[in-house]
Design a protein around this ligand. Structure first.
Ligand code: FES
Ligand code: FES
Length: 188
């Protein structure tokens, strides 16, 4: 089948798509957008988080056929049209929240979504919002620092975070950031 969707504001088309293959595969392998990462392909890690019609979802759990005619924003779409990094992206770099970087695209989308809904989140709200995004490198503290930094800068600049989805948007998965297992929190 042919899949046509708007991705990061641009109309994209992919041909000869098996309807059951994942949207993550279509984005990475057919549309040339490798930013979203494939770490588990089971909806467990959040590394493939994208916006689908304004709602964060795990792209590995979306069938390609379901993406037909939809509006998609990937991590590549967070940056400005001039290539400038979004404040959330910049904050992750400056706070040291990027190590191997495999979790980073999903975390950026999830953090972007949080700050669109809540420009001044409490730490508990940040942990809850990012609970579906697993990181095996950082121990999470630098990620929390990055979100705090991005939130402060966005509030200070008066820049609203675009692409705000519904406040009722669900987390990509139900795993808990608040209580990562030792393996999730400490091992590279
Ligand atoms: S690759 Fe999609 S949730 Fe892990
Ligand atoms: S930086 Fe998070 S998994 Fe490596």
């Amino acid at each position: 089948m042919r899949v046509t969707a708007t991705v990061n504001g641009v109309r994209h088309q992919a041909d000869d798509v098996w309807p059951g293959e994942s949207l993550l595969f279509v984005l990475r392998e057919r549309m040339g957008l490798p930013g979203s990462k494939n770490a588990c392909e089971q909806g467990e890690c959040g590394s493939c988080t994208i916006y689908l019609d304004g709602i964060p979802v795990c792209a590995c759990l979306v069938a390609a056929g379901q993406a037909q005619g939809r509006d998609i924003v990937t991590v590549e779409g967070l940056a400005g049209s001039d290539g400038s990094l979004h404040p959330v992206q910049q904050a992750f770099i400056e706070a040291g929240a990027v190590q191997c970087g495999f979790c980073t695209p999903g975390l950026l989308v999830a953090a972007h979504d949080l700050l669109a809904r809540d420009p001044d989140p409490a730490d508990a709200d940040v942990r809850e919002a990012l609970a579906g995004n697993l990181c095996r490198c950082t121990g999470y503290e630098k990620i929390l620092d990055a979100v705090r930094l991005a939130a402060a800068r966005l509030r200070g600049s008066g820049v609203a975070v675009p692409a705000a989805p519904s406040p009722a948007a669900p987390s990509p998965t139900e795993a808990s950031l608040a209580a990562p297992s030792p393996a999730e929190a400490g091992e590279a």
